[in-house]
Design a protein around this ligand. Structure first.
Ligand SMILES: *Cc1c(COP(=O)(O)O)cnc(C)c1O
Length: 401
């Protein structure tokens, strides 16, 4: 997206504000789809939690995407956005049987990730086909915050418990129609992913009624210059070969499913903030923007380094800044970062602000959550209004004291 369009959006709609470039979302979707065009049936289920605005979901629907959901509310959002129940997979973790039954009643594909619920659900609803989430115990990515496949992770049913699964399936007469893994975000190494896939294939052989194998997600996108990203084309080639081979062995053309969040929307997003204050201390120059971890928490939560560009002065000489927020808490977005000279009032654009940014925003410090814009066909379309004081107060109850 052009810098000028971003600046114009900040002028027209104010800051802070999230902007998503529809074209980038479309091209990422197509890139992933193309990488697997040698597989007969491929299903990409967009992970709603990355960015859950209903207009983004509608955009995904126009592309032919399905949805990966982790809560009954995300299922409801997907249905409201026009998805059919069969286009939605529901992959919760640690939710009640009651919620899973509600999702099943809506007709979405259920994915169960623990033995207790599997047994209870199978006993009560043996006719509803269920996918099971496997934990292949593969450590993917370098950050333990986001590696969910290793030995003591809370996600998935351990591959060491396959005999238990088989016993439950036999006793309840339920049908397992899919198997799934999601080893975690930020896969650095295709071979790690392929290794985990082998474990999934091995597991799949135990189930005779599969329709699909879901490989989850974990595609890495570049955050800062020089970052490596998953080589989707290479990965596509390798996994396609292995998957087609497996289908032959299995005796059926299964659907290969993925559920990317970050890969589809991260790079499409820009978070625009205004510099309130430039504060020179004895050692540091702080640029304080009209936001904080209430609007973008990834740098503080995961140590993510979002590239920050001064779009008001893109040709200015570079200086070192620590970019921080305005909330009463340490909320450092960037430490001693080289940025084009900043003046109070400048607009800073945070890149890679599509995934897990707005969706993790809060009202901390009783601030409003930002507005959201979809940049579509060279036009800015408001897809979420900035909050107002009414939003802050609407569920609060003033009692007489
Ligand atoms: C969060 C999540 C995803 C998406 O992960 P990304 O790293 O954003 O691609 C996929 N599947 C499940 C089950 C998830 O919880």
């Amino acid at each position: 997206m052009e810098t000028n369009s971003l600046l114009q959006i900040a002028r027209d709609y104010g800051s802070p504000i999230y902007v998503y470039d529809a074209e980038k979302i479309v091209s990422q979707y197509k890139r992933l789809h193309t990488a697997f065009n040698k597989v007969k049936q491929v299903k990409i289920n967009y992970a709603v939690k990355a960015l859950s605005n209903i207009s983004i979901l509608k955009l995904m629907n126009t592309l032919g995407s399905g949805l990966d959901t982790v809560s009954i509310q995300e299922v409801q959002l997907g249905l409201k956005a026009g998805f059919l129940p069969e286009q939605i997979i529901y992959t919760p973790n640690g939710v009640s049987l009651d919620e899973i039954e509600k999702a099943a009643a809506l007709g979405v594909q259920i994915n169960i990730d623990n033995l207790s619920i599997l047994e209870q659900f199978g006993t009560k609803h043996p006719k509803t086909p269920v996918c099971i989430r496997i934990n292949p115990h593969v450590m993917a990515g370098g950050n333990t915050n986001i590696s969910v496949g290793h030995i003591d992770s809370k996600f998935g049913i351990s591959i060491h418990q396959i005999p238990h699964i088989l016993r439950i399936v036999e006793n309840t007469n339920m049908t397992i129609n899919g198997i799934h893994m999601h080893t975690g975000s930020d896969i650095l190494d295709i071979d790690v992913f392929l290794y985990a896939s082998e474990i999934l294939f091995e597991t799949a052989k135990n189930f005779k009624n599969l329709d699909f194998i879901d490989f989850g997600s974990g595609f890495k996108v570049p955050y800062k210059p020089g970052d490596i990203e998953t080589d989707i084309e290479e990965f596509g080639k390798k996994l396609t070969n292995r998957f087609n081979e497996f289908c032959k062995e299995y005796g059926k053309n299964l659907t290969l499913a993925f559920e990317p969040g970050k890969f589809l929307v991260s790079e499409a997003g820009y978070f625009l903030t205004k510099v309130n204050v430039v504060k020179q201390t004895t050692s540091t120059v702080f640029a304080q923007v009209d936001s904080g971890f209430n609007h973008l928490i990834r740098p503080m939560l995961y140590g993510s380094q979002h590239e920050i560009v001064n779009i008001s002065n893109p040709k200015g000489r570079e200086r070192f800044y620590s970019v921080v927020g305005y909330i009463c808490e340490t909320d450092t977005f960037a430490n001693n970062r080289r940025i084009n000279e900043i003046t109070e009032g400048d607009i800073l654009a945070f890149k890679n602000a599509g995934a897990y940014c707005y969706s993790m925003a809060s009202n901390y410090n009783s601030r409003y959550r930002p507005a959201e814009i979809l940049w579509h066909n060279n036009e800015a379309k408001l897809i979420r209004k900035r909050e107002t004081f009414d939003d802050i107060i609407k569920n609060q109850i003033e009692i007489d004291l």
